[in-house]
Design a protein around this ligand. Sequence first.
Ligand SMILES: [Zn+2]
Length: 436
Amino acid sequence: MSWRNFVYTLVLLVAFSVPLGAQDKKQGPPKRLAVRAGHLIDGKSDKSLDNVVIVIEGDKIVSVTLSGPAPAGVEIIDLSKYTVLPGFIDLHTHVLLNGDITADDYDKQLLKQSIPYRAILGARNGRIALENGFTTIRDVETEGAMYADVDVKTAIQNGEVPGPRMQVATRAMTPTGMYPLLGYSWELKLPTGVQYVDGADGARKAVREQVMYGADWIKYYSDRGYQIESDGVLHSMVNFTDDEAKAIVDETHRLGKRVAAHAIGSDGIAAALRAGVDTIEHGVGLTEPLMDEMVKKGTTWVPTIMVVAYVAPGRGGNWTKMVDLEKAAFQKARKRGVKIALGTDAGGSDWRELNEAVEFDYYVNYGMTPMEAIQSGTIRAAEALGWSEKLGAIEPGKWADLVAVSGDPLKDIKELQHVKFVMKGGVVYKDETSRH
Ligand SMILES: [Zn+2]
């Protein structure tokens, strides 16, 4: 090595060792802390446990021990007067939407708000969800805001804004003309609430495109035009041909993603099940044979009762009866063993008005035990997301996503609407406890 090369090498070594050293120092060992829980609902056990110590390292839970001492020299978060639960999961949200009881509410958002403005509200809505205890959401389409859900998700992931973990569906799909905006002059070039997709090849291309831009899920509209017919069943008009729907599902699965189908009437649900979707959204018109089909196929039902009930009075028509039909379907589906995982359709309501945890309340009113309802919004929902290894329960190896309430949600499920403490990935985002 020449003298000049030697100096050059030395300069390089110094130049690179400084930032590397600094980086090492900054990262340090992962932060350890312990949470002392007065009561613990862990998402898996049938009963709550008392006096539990949860040790967290970095963003993960490393141990859960009954009534032992907290490890020495570790910051302790004392929630001994509280009930601690896994962070809640909402499988059906629209952070880019702020209420659409009427077509007018909906059209105004697409026509008068820019996508950047809607994305700012989307970030705000993410924060609302997190502060309500929902540390994870699956956002199932942007309603005309293109791929802005991917941006909200990325900003949260990068720590730019507080919000829940997200899986996103981007634009959703219907065939041409089967989703708003509709009814305007043909001379106008208007945005659409979804991506119009036609033909099996068109379907495959649309799936590839949405996945390319960041879709974790593909969402499509299986039906529209809901009518209660003489058999007492809620029927509907099916949007896609079987060929098209199967192409959507096949291509999505081929790319390692999952499919959510909006399916309200029995015909739309049947078509979605024939296509092989992973989750049925809404599912008001579920019949017993369709429930059995779901059990056989392992399809998850995401009922979204909160928003169906919320929009019904304003929409009138069949919607009020649909609330009753869904209640009856819920009771039967639970008995028949359909996998029911919590989803609210938040965004169909004003985010500032309705707390997503109201959905738990409906499930209990409709016949679930409080523990079953909690599990539908924790471990069951994590399974539907393919994240059961990471989420949905408080046990070693899972992300440290915890919430705490002051009362006993097994006695009064409404407690879940008053979350006092929220931790996501080991970081505290809300603390209204009196522990200080
Ligand atoms: Zn929805």
